[in-house]
Design a protein around this ligand. Structure first.
Ligand code: SF4
Length: 249
């Protein structure tokens, strides 16, 4: 086992870079790419990595991952078969305007084995994502016994008084009324679009560290890009186990 990965326990997938939102706080910037990861490559990677490392968590996100529900389902179905306990999906909840399709995808992801859904809703998402379709999705998944929570992005802090946080609180009240719990959410980090559109809210004299940065000499979570990129290599070009064994900070 590669010593730099001795504590590896989580696999994340950016299922696609395509997105239905155009959020001004998005750390990924403009979503001009429509790359999406191949479902068989992703599921096979979960299976093979879990044979070598004690994986306890698999997460799918994007872009908007439910633009490719079959890929999301294939990844989590594999994780469930392997008895990986945490099978998480982060979504903005907006992938279709068609009620039948929304209900079908909700049913498929629950059946596939997803057991935790974090729904990104807040002032930033709802500037370009219509809440009505998100609410339909929320209703469709809120009937099952999976963990389902809303996950807002806060500007400066959850206590900070600014127009965005006020709007976010109004949106969250709608979900609270539906009996949907709230996760603590995350504080927006100055990168990507957030740097471009919200810089007045950040203290740029302070060097900030992304909460998502891993210690390169003690990697606990690996993240596949939508184009197969992983740990400075690419799973389409090189065997995934070889990528892991060859990794050095
Ligand atoms: S924050 Fe999420 S929903 Fe918004 S543009 Fe970025 S990936 Fe899409």
């Amino acid at each position: 086992m590669n010593r730099y990965l001795k504590n590896l326990n989580r696999i994340e997938f950016i299922v696609t870079m395509a997105c239905t939102g155009k959020c001004k706080h998005c750390s990924q910037g403009d979503h001009n790419s429509t790359d999406n990861i191949d479902k068989s490559l992703a599921a096979d990677a979960v299976r093979r990595i879990a044979e070598e490392y004690p994986i306890s968590s698999v997460m799918t996100f994007g872009g908007e991952p439910l633009l490719f529900p079959e890929t999301v389902c294939e990844i989590h179905k594999t994780a469930k078969e392997l008895k990986i306990p945490q099978r998480q999906l982060i979504t903005n909840g907006y992938f279709s305007k068609n009620t039948d399709k929304i209900n079908l995808v909700a049913k498929q992801i629950i059946e596939s084995g997803v057991n935790e859904i974090l729904l990104s809703v807040d002032a930033f998402h709802q500037e370009t994502i219509p809440l009505e379709y998100v609410l339909e999705f929320a209703k469709a998944v809120n009937t099952s016994d999976i963990s389902f929570k809303v996950q807002p992005a806060w500007l400066v802090s959850s206590d900070a008084d600014n127009p965005y946080n006020s709007k976010t609180k109004e949106i969250l009240a709608v979900f609270k009324h539906m009996g949907i719990e709230m996760n603590q959410g995350n504080v927006i980090f100055p990168s990507g679009n957030a740097l471009k559109y919200l810089s007045e809210y950040f203290d740029m004299s302070q060097k900030s560290k992304s909460p998502y940065d891993e210690d390169p000499s003690d990697i606990r979570a690996i993240c596949f890009s939508a184009d197969g990129g992983i740990l400075g290599s690419n799973a389409y070009k090189k065997d995934i186990i070889k990528i892991l064994s060859d990794y050095a900070p």
